[in-house]
Design a protein. Structure first.
Length: 199
């Protein structure tokens, strides 16, 4: 049975479609559900892990659709809940904080997550950058500078296997969007902290 044939995956798609039903993508105006579906497909293409794919489909339901983590745990299990929790930015709950403080909070949160969460996050950013690059190139670079470094700072050979063709292609595509050399992703290690700089 493929992941797409998994009943729990089908339930996750139906669930995400329902909770995102009134939302639209900011730049394209397409139904919001298209974004998590693309992320889930990218994850499915790379990993034979139903929990990762289900979490990818649900990655915005807590942050953007106000679904409770208890509901995720009850419907899809503890592991999916763990991944979705890791993909939910804690700073959204603290709008009173300064921008730099919120960025630091999100960065520190991501650092603590398992590699599966980081891999899903990379695919999420890849799809976001697709839209931004065509609709708002200036903000695309800012988005990458603020958020992509958080992901890259905790990438290593254990977390993101760079010999994986699909992931390497994803990273090279991000580099192309940003106007960097295709091999910039391999210039490691990245230092975790406020002094991170784009290679």
């Amino acid at each position: 049975m493929t992941i797409q044939e998994n009943p729990l995956f089908k339930e996750a798609i139906e669930f995400a479609t329902f909770v995102h039903r009134t939302q639209k993508r900011k730049y394209t105006g397409e139904p919001y559900i298209q974004h998590p579906l693309k992320v889930a497909q990218c994850v499915a293409d790379t990993y034979n892990d139903p929990d990762m794919v289900i979490a990818a489909a649900l990655h915005d339901v807590v942050e953007d659709a106000f679904v409770s983590l208890d509901a995720i745990r009850e419907k899809f299990g503890q592991l999916v809940c763990l991944y979705v929790l890791g993909l939910t930015s804690p700073s959204k709950q603290h709008p009173e904080l300064k921008r730099d403080e919120r960025k630091k909070m999100d960065r520190n949160w991501l650092i603590m997550q398992p590699w599966q969460t980081v891999a899903i996050k990379l695919r999420d950013m890849q799809d976001n950058l697709h839209d931004l690059a065509t609709q708002d190139p200036k903000f695309a670079k800012k988005y990458a500078d603020e958020k992509l470094l958080d992901v890259l700072s905790i990438m290593d050979s254990r977390i993101i296997p760079m010999d994986d063709e699909s992931l390497r292609a994803a990273c090279e595509e991000i580099a192309k969007i940003l106007g960097f050399p295709a091999n910039w992703i391999y210039r490691r290690p990245f230092r975790v902290g406020p002094d991170l700089v784009m290679p």
